[in-house]
Unconditional design. Sequence first.
Length: 548
Amino acid sequence: MIDLRLPAALFLSVFALTLHAAESAGERVHAAADIIEYTVQPGDTISGLSERYLGGRARWGAITKLNPGLDIHKLRPGQTLYLPENRIRSVSKPAKVLKVNGQAQSDGIDLQEGQQLNAGVIIDVAADSFVTLQLDDGSILVIEPNTRARLDELRQLSTGSKRSSVHIDHGRINVKTSPQAPGARFEISTPSATTAVRGTQFRVGESGGQTTVTVVEVDEGRVLVVAPETDASKSVIVPAGSGSIVTAGQAPSAPMPLLPAPDLSTLPEQHTQTILEIVFPPVASAAAYRVTVARDTSFNDVVATSENTLPQLKVADLPDGRYYLRARAISTEGLHGLEAHNAFLLHARPEPPFASSPVLDKRVPTGSATLMWATPENAVSYDILISRDGQPLPRIERHPEPSYTLETVPGQYLWQLASRDAEGRLGPLGQQSAFTVVEPPSGPAAQALLSEGSDVLTLAWAGAPDQTYHWQLATDSDFSSIKKEGGSEKPSIELPMLEAGTYFVRVRATTSDGIEGSYSNGQKFVVPEQERAFPAWMLLFLLPLFAL
């Protein structure tokens, strides 16, 4: 049975009566502290019991002292004897470090996986770090970030029963105990309270500070919570699905129902971003949330945790792989609620490339479009998924270059990229990009407007509101001898009158988003010879002739 080792022996009696623990035929903890009841078995002798449990055949006097009137020569099977626990032989049963994620130390030395820890050591777990211990009886302790704990007792009595005691100075420990053998004792203590367990799963948190507060939450089984220096009758049994709060110097609160588990049913089965972001619906009356990620379903190998006022978790740089999520809502009193679990696959590497061209929603002309993207680290080839007007085109696999030229016709195009590493592993698809292929604007037919007697030549053509233009003026139809050219924002220009002769003009239109059309066919026009007026100065020479 479990010995609480508290100031009042009555605590033990309350615990024994409440939990209805099954005792072995051999021994049980007595209601008085430091005494174990033993039921005599056939063949037992007083010297044999002394040698077996007290370490010497001649030490039977310690047994007779606790059992006045005992006839040492006539032990009867079924008879009850009291044995002194403080005289019973025991051996150390070290705890084993199963996992260290992050930074943790024992008495100032970094902890290592596989290390054995004896009673008396102090464990300090840094922020964003976790340590998982396994006790000799198979019980698991997950020590959370920012926790200091001390292994007070780790031993096995010669009777076979085990003694385990851990003290939390501040922080949190998640405990999953193995079913305890009769006579075993397992305790988690804090400055405010002691929690005694028997084959259960629970959590203990200690706030530390000037006024310490201990919270106890039970997932499975039930635990006894007692506070030192308080009335023994005010200890409480906390059943599964409930919690209790102990403020320093006060009795434990009555068990309170834990908040319901969050709903994780809508979470995706796969995440593809290197920054893992998980968001789930809020729980009514929750003040905060605790979210934990582990590599195993038992949550012994914890890799990340977050306590946030919002129902979410953000974690960067987790390696790809399968993970397990655990989420709890936290009440305004500070009790962590029931747990919800979810499994997911993180598949974020090799990272998909960032598309660079065509830019999102750009319009490009028919003919061909060059898709371009950045080169991620560790990417040696790329898979490209393209669709046009909702219909997928053949997948391009293992394309070696960070660009691809696609023959295009008018339509709405969507494209995505995925990277492959040197081993051929395919990463997740990146964000979808879109562009539109349109027919380029046709070349407007230009014409020359010649006004008789005017010294201005006007060239005009049909245009559209979102277009600008480039024109060329040449003396040959193939425009190899260009005389003038320029741009215009309107569908006409005015030029100084040209010399007489034959000319050709053509125009190219460009839309407002940069789609450039081809030149129109050259349009021919003729600038005629102009009649010259008779020079007035010639009259000075002609007048003498008229006079004759």
